[in-house]
Design a protein around this ligand. Structure first.
Ligand code: NAG
Ligand code: NAG
Ligand code: NAG
Ligand code: ZN
Ligand code: ZN
Length: 307
């Protein structure tokens, strides 16, 4: 065999590996747990579409859909209840309330997000209140969207404004500083103070990385999809999805540890999701995105604690 043939062979091999890398990357991008939504683009009331039950599950997970007759969660019928759930979703995200899966709705639903529901127990929701304004002598109504609370407005008692937090022993080292900075930021902007303890079991707030089903009734879904969750006061549990790429500095290939910590601490203190896109309590996050607290977040905490 001549050296030409050998050269050709190595070149082919190189090409093969390059293509494999590119395809692996594409495949990774397409395996978001929310990918099924892409194929539902355009569907609307009255249709029966394969995999529509996955949309029902999605809307159920995030608090938008309940059926008295549970069998409807398994069928693929776009019924009136589903249409009204889609419309509520659209109102919360300031989209046109068409009730159908138009392009804007699909692309919003596909964004990676916090696993905490937008609507808890069907009663509260990300607010879209109509506010009355006086303007040049006439009365105008306009919609103001803002922060929300959990159902029943759970909060920490006044004896617990100074909270301890701890990391599950063995937690990746690079998460310690970003999470601690996030607690510091909330402390600087609220009546709370936080101190780190090594006593994980007795800490008020416990932080860990978990994957898949992990025993709290809210399982993670692998890369993409849901990124983290935390529970309302006074539970104190904060979980990151261990299967996501995480970064200390904003990085286009990873989710920003500190940004998600700011968001989840908001839940730990009693805030639900906000429909203001600039608020830390807005539910979705992109790769590389970093954010700080917004006036809406501070107003929410002050309203919850009557400050
Ligand atoms: C639920 O709906 C299914 C399909 O429409 C129907 O066959 C079933 O009888 C209903 N169950 C109840 C308890 O109403
Ligand atoms: C949901 O709301 C009902 C009625 O208001 C209440 O009895 C129930 O405890 C609530 N469930 C949760 C999980 O908050
Ligand atoms: C927090 O809530 C989750 C889900 O309900 C539960 O599994 C966990 O035991 C709770 N933890 C505490 C400390 O209450
Ligand atoms: Zn959230
Ligand atoms: Zn969890």
């Amino acid at each position: 065999m001549g050296s030409k043939a050998l050269q050709f062979f190595s070149f082919t091999l190189l090409l093969f590996f390059m293509f494999q890398a590119v395809f692996a990357d594409l495949k990774h991008k397409n395996t978001s747990p929310f990918q099924f939504l892409r194929h539902l683009h355009g569907c609307h009331k009255g249709e029966n579409i394969k995999d529509l039950h996955k949309l029902k599950k999605y809307l159920q997970n995030f608090g938008y859909l309940t059926y008295k007759n549970k069998t409807h969660f398994d069928d693929d019928d776009f019924d009136e209840t589903l249409e009204s759930a889609v419309r509520t979703y659209q109102l919360n995200y300031n989209l046109k309330a068409s009730g159908s899966l138009d392009a804007n709705t699909v692309s919003r639903m596909m964004r990676p997000r916090c696993a905490v529901a937008d609507i808890v127990n069907g009663t509260s929701r990300m607010r879209s209140a109509r506010k009355r304004h006086r303007h040049s002598g006439s009365e105008l109504f306009h919609t103001v969207s803002h922060y929300s609370f959990f159902d029943g407005e759970p909060r920490w008692p006044a004896s617990k404004y100074s909270l301890t937090f701890a990391f599950l022993p063995g937690t990746r080292d690079d998460a310690i500083n970003p999470v601690s900075r996030a607690f510091q930021t909330w402390a600087e902007n609220t009546h709370f103070s936080f101190s780190r303890t090594e006593d994980y079991v007795n800490a008020d707030i416990r932080v860990s990385f978990e994957s898949g089903e992990h025993g709290d009734g809210s399982s993670f879904d692998g890369p993409g999809g849901t990124l983290a969750h935390a529970f309302a006061p006074i539970n104190g549990t904060f979980h990151y999805d261990a299967e996501e790429p995480w970064s200390v500095m904003p990085d286009p290939g990873a989710y920003h540890l500190e940004t998600l910590a700011l968001h989840e601490i908001g839940h730990l203190l009693g805030l639900g999701h906000s429909s203001i896109q600039g608020a830390i309590m807005y539910p979705t996050f992109s790769l590389g995105e970093s954010k700080g607290l917004h006036g809406d977040d501070i107003q929410g905490i002050n309203a919850l604690y009557n400050l």
